[in-house]
Design a protein around this ligand. Structure first.
Ligand code: CP
Length: 336
């Protein structure tokens, strides 16, 4: 099984079955122990990973680059402006060439209606594994770190765990749909009962929601939707208050044709929902041992109050962020 993962792309957890994902979690836990105990774990000596970022990143960039160093290899930190992509070089040519020079390609491209297709094109033409560092649909590394953190805090008892993923107000930027979409697809595969709350103008993509229902059926989890944040918090074991843009409100072609108008309407819709914040009152509706998760960066004071995100009895966001390193290393060491 381990050998069969070598060369496998990691564009979405959907392409990895549970046996394969369980190998990843096992490797991530093993590498975490070795990291803590300073035991060398040079799975990728002299190997090269090319990382291409079309957007900013703190956790993803540094978990991959530090991860490659710790595995004995090296990561090139590339951005579109440093490459001939900025002069229109194609995804195909870029993928063919980088894959001839190194051992893996990782890319973040979150442009709505573009990112996931871009990564799939790279994967089609690369002779080495291509990893998604987040696109407009999926953020698979985030999903792995989230689930690993849940395993650690709930002794791997995920069956029947009530996880609430709630849209929250933020005024930073229109965040992609990829984090909540990855979570609703992945968590129910492990028997988790997911509740999603969002205002009507901020839905997730219809086809992803349909897939999530199917995953829940197979994984004996469940998925429910509400437009009431309070209701979603009631009795939750884990709450994930997180902003996402209103992209799912539009058909992709409609969005790409009228991007300026859609963005303007999204901003107007956003301003109606300042009260969608995770604060002390909402936390009190949840289970008394509730945990707060967030992929970060958090929009403090908008998505969640400082009081809640800094409460060490509630917040596990730093464990979640740290697990980005261990899960990144697991995927790289197994596929490259
Ligand atoms: N959660 C996450 O992907 O963080 P970065 O955008 O900092 O990589």
């Amino acid at each position: 099984m381990y050998e069969s993962l070598k060369g496998k792309h990691f564009l979405t957890c959907e392409d990895w079955n549970k046996t394969q994902l369980d190998i990843v979690f096992e490797r991530a836990l093993e590498l975490k122990q070795k990291f803590y105990n300073e035991i060398p774990h040079l799975h990728l000596p002299y190997k090269t990973l090319f990382m291409m970022f079309f957007e900013q990143s703190t956790r993803t960039r540094n978990s991959m680059e530090a991860g490659m160093t710790q595995l004995g290899g090296h990561a090139h930190d590339l951005t579109a402006d440093k490459m001939q992509l900025s002069h229109g070089e194609s995804a195909k040519d870029t993928a063919v060439i980088l894959s001839r020079m190194g051992h893996g390609i990782a890319c973040r491209n979150c442009f709505y209606g573009i990112g996931s297709d871009y990564l799939s094109t790279m994967a089609k033409h690369s002779s080495k594994p291509v990893m998604s560092l987040q696109d407009d649909i999926y953020h698979p590394f985030q999903g792995l770190a989230d689930l690993m953190t849940i395993f650690e805090h709930f002794d791997r008892n995920t069956k029947g765990l009530k996880v609430t993923i709630s849209w929250a107000y933020a005024d930073t930027h229109s965040k992609p749909l990829s984090v909540p979409q990855t979570q609703i697809l992945l968590f129910p595969r492990y028997g988790i009962d997911v509740t999603v709350a969002h205002p009507k103008e901020f839905p997730l993509s219809k086809n992803i929601v349909e897939k999530a229902y199917k995953n829940a059926e197979v994984g004996s989890g469940s998925i429910n939707f509400t437009e009431n944040m309070d209701e979603a918090f009631e009795g939750a074991n884990i709450v994930i208050p997180k902003n996402w843009g209103g992209f799912g409100y539009y058909d992709i072609d409609e969005y790409l044709r009228n991007e300026t108008d859609c963005k303007k309407e999204m901003k107007t819709n956003l301003e109606k929902y300042h009260n969608w914040i995770c604060d002390e009152r909402k936390i009190k509706l949840a289970d008394k041992h509730v945990k707060l998760m967030h992929a970060l960066p958090a929009d403090r004071g908008h998505e969640v109050t400082d009081e809640i995100i800094d409460d060490e009895n509630i917040s596990i966001v730093y464990d979640e962020a740290e697990n980005r390193l261990h899960t990144a290393k697991a995927i790289m060491s197994l596929t490259m």
